[in-house]
Design a protein around this ligand. Structure first.
Ligand code: ZN
Length: 500
């Protein structure tokens, strides 16, 4: 099979505001993105958004060029999302005037005219530069985000309008950081860095902007450390995987002892990058104890032999995965459903192995019992769709595996093998079940209306999918038909299917 490696997305300019209030006991305003959003749904972040072409028309006192229009972008986005207007002259407006101005400038192109009309001036000194972060290349959407530090103007308050944002609140940075440590929230690396830095510098607010900019990543450096929970790192590796995915996420979990899940890449360069990251972790006193594989697919296991030999540690997988890999990848230990992988430390990790067949027979997920996060492998992914290709793939088992996740006692986030982490587990798993059920119903309708061969059924049930994809759709249709046969909802006579 030939794979093409798609180019990484070009980062788009964006502006965000780290809004503070109360210098004696600083609190920061953060927002939670709507869990239903495809991009960073359920993540905590700072108010902000993408540059609009009209932002370059806004004049900003005290600077020009991109310094000016990125500030204009940040001010406009902050106003749209929170109702806080960082402009000179805003104190002349009553709160009801401000809110009607807010609704009349929902369309970005109206913002400049509104500023001029009300004699409002954006002043660069209201917005102190606090770093510029570029989303790493693995992400399907990338931003080059300019962060600015600002103080809430007197007489104003922040209020989010529900929609793209689920909520917004003032919080002491130390409390925000604790909530992350407890596994209650998920944030991207820049947000985590900013919260952590604010928590450490709350008593030295004059040096804040400098402290925020003091890491290479805040100067557009490559973001390498993606810590989703304390001691749960995601390390995306370039692999020959199925587009639109371009990478497989390797996960590293633990404290002094760490485990590595899916050292996925066959490419020497990528294996060396993973070596480098593990060496960085070793310098923090972390040593690899064991390597785990979620399933046997090449884009998950291709770096396993190399890492095993280099580190001299064992590789563990489910028995059915070990059987499939026999002769190609050395498996030292078999893990079974319900096995607990306990890693001591701060805060400690309890990874429960869940045998979750459907994508492959030997597929396993790791359920982190303390925080309710699931390392989902290819059961649920953050980009693209999961292929269920019989006989290895089994739709009936796939549905059962998804339902099994829903029944877990505590669910927070999903850490998939492809694409970004998913902030809210339950809506995502439900979305998968709804989507597959919708497809199953279309297939059932097609059979009931007289389509008998798989190609007739695909043509009738996949009208929303480009014909070029119908080859893959046919495999998936076979998986659905096998499930419907097993459930007695369709019948089969040779290569022809019929209603029951
Ligand atoms: Zn797979």
């Amino acid at each position: 099979m030939l794979y093409c490696v798609p180019m990484a997305a070009i980062p788009k300019d964006a502006g965000a505001v780290i809004l503070l209030t109360d210098p004696d006991d600083p609190k920061v305003f953060w927002v939670k993105r709507n869990p239903k959003l495809q991009f960073m749904g359920g993540y905590h972040a700072f108010p902000g958004g993408q540059l609009d072409k009209s932002d370059s028309e806004i004049s900003v006192e005290g600077c020009e060029g991109e310094q000016a229009w990125m500030r204009a972008c940040a001010v406009r986005e902050l106003f749209e999302e929170t109702g806080v207007l960082l402009a000179r002259g805003a104190d002349r407006l009553s709160s009801s005037e401000l809110s009607s101005l807010r609704s009349s400038t929902e369309d970005a192109s109206q913002f400049n005219a509104a500023l001029v009309e009300h004699d409002l001036v954006i002043d660069a000194s209201f917005l102190e530069a606090a770093g510029r972060w570029v989303t790493p290349p693995f992400a399907p959407r990338r931003f080059d985000t300019w962060f600015f530090l600002s103080w809430l103007p007197n007489g104003q308050d922040a209020r989010v309008v529900k929609g793209e944002l689920a909520e917004g609140e003032w919080i002491r940075p130390a409390e925000a950081y604790d909530r992350w440590k407890r596994g209650e929230i998920i944030m991207a690396p820049p947000t985590l860095h900013i919260i952590k830095t604010l928590a450490l510098h709350s008593n030295n607010i004059d040096g804040l902007a400098k402290a925020l900019s003091a890491v290479p990543e805040a100067g557009r450096g490559l973001v390498i450390r993606i810590e989703l929970r304390p001691g749960i790192f995601m390390f995306p590796l370039k692999t020959p995987t199925l587009p639109p995915a371009t990478h497989t996420n390797c996960y590293i979990v633990g404290g002094e002892e760490i485990i590595v899940i899916d050292p996925a890449s066959p490419y020497e360069e990528e294996q060396k990058r993973l070596d480098g990251f593990l060496e960085d972790l070793a310098e923090e006193g972390r040593r690899v104890r064991e390597i785990f594989l979620t399933h046997h697919h090449y884009d998950h296991v291709a770096g396993a032999n190399y890492l095993r030999d280099r580190l001299g540690v064992g590789v563990a997988a489910h028995r059915l995965t070990a059987e499939r890999l026999s002769g190609s990848v050395q498996i030292d230990r078999v893990v079974d459903d319900d096995e607990l992988i306990e890693i001591k430390g701060d805060p400690g990790w309890r990874l429960r192995v869940l045998h979750t067949p459907g994508h492959t027979r030997g597929h396993i997920c790791f359920y982190e019992e303390i925080t309710g996060a699931i390392l989902t492998g290819d059961l649920v992914v953050g980009v693209g769709t999961v292929v269920i290709d019989p006989p290895e793939g089994d739709m009936l088992q796939y549905f059962d595996s998804l339902r099994r996740l829903l029944a877990l006692p505590k669910l927070s986030s999903l850490f998939p093998a492809h694409g970004p982490a998913i902030g809210f587990a339950e809506p995502k798993i439900n979305e998968y079940i709804v989507h597959r059920t919708m497809r199953e119903n279309k297939i059932l309708d097609a059979v009931r209306s007289g389509c008998a061969t798989t190609s007739e059924i695909v043509a009738a049930a996949y009208t929303d999918v480009a014909p070029a994809m119908h080859g893959l759709a046919e495999r998936s249709t076979m998986a659905h038909l096998d499930k419907l046969l097993a459930e007695g909802r369709v019948s089969r006579n040779g290569s022809r299917f019929g209603a029951t």
